[in-house]
Design a protein around this ligand. Structure first.
Ligand code: MG
Length: 254
């Protein structure tokens, strides 16, 4: 289904959903310490979201077994939280979360470095991936095409010669977690699907210190870099407006 033009009440629900989602992610970032397991983070996410009144979206989605994806280092996305997976100082931790409120869904992700001895290279990858997401967001307005977003993201990431994951892309979102159109993190300006005011999309660059090739682990979910290079992932849910955009995944002040 192509993402629909949302009604004012649907937009209001998505704002609430996005506030909850982003607040939980930012709380998790503050909470994360080396020595915790990735399952500790999903337990906390479940608790925090419940307090706010939102519903987790990932649990049970195509059989995914948890509320949160926690992906470490060369894991790009869709890591399954585990009690046995312990976060080390200097790890790149990527958290991806989906929330439903009044049946309206938002999708968001952040990456950060656990502890205080991240390498300069990893810090830069994390910062640059976030910057590329905002470069993609900044071109959004009524009448743009998905290729305009991809081109902006690709241009930013190419400055540092990062690998840009190609087989996972942004997407429409709102009534379902994944709606058409795809929003690739590469592309040619003026090509792709037309986006108009009232549509909602997830913009989510995934960048690596190496190449763009990926593989899926034997758990059937975790997507990793083929060359073992580290990766980062940022995602916001965006409303297209007449003259620009509104970021729907904004945290409350913590
Ligand atoms: Mg997404």
């Amino acid at each position: 289904m192509f993402t629909r033009i949302k009604t004012p009440s649907e937009i209001a629900a998505m704002r609430e959903s996005g506030r909850m989602l982003s607040t939980v992610l930012h709380k998790l970032k503050q909470y994360t310490e080396p020595g915790m397991s990735t399952k500790d983070l999903s337990d906390r996410a479940k608790l925090e979201l419940k307090k706010m009144g939102g519903q987790p979206v990932f649990l049970g989605y195509q059989g995914f077994p948890d509320v949160l994806c926690v992906s470490i280092n060369d894991e790009i996305v869709h890591g399954i939280p585990k009690r046995s997976k312990i976060i080390q100082s200097g790890d790149i931790v990527s958290l991806d979360f989906g929330v439903s409120y009044k049946s309206m869904i938002t999708d968001g992700a952040i990456s950060f470095i656990a502890g205080d001895n991240g390498s300069a290279k990893d810090e830069k990858l994390v910062r640059s991936t976030e910057k590329s997401m905002f470069a993609g967001i900044d071109v959004v307005h009524d009448g743009i095409k998905t290729g305009d977003i991809g081109y902006a993201i690709e241009t930013e990431l190419n400055k540092d010669h990062y690998g840009i994951v190609r087989n996972l892309v942004g997407h429409g979102v709102g009534h379902h977690l994944h709606e058409a159109p795809d929003v690739p993190n590469y592309g040619v300006s003026g090509t792709g699907s037309l986006l108009v005011a009232g549509m909602t999309i997830a913009i989510e660059p995934m960048a690596t210190l190496g190449g763009h090739e990926t593989y899926t682990a034997s758990d059937g979910w975790t997507v990793l870099t083929t060359d073992g290079s580290r990766s980062a992932h940022f995602e916001n849910t965006i409303l297209v407006t007449e003259d620009g955009y509104e970021i729907m995944t904004v945290p409350e002040t913590l």
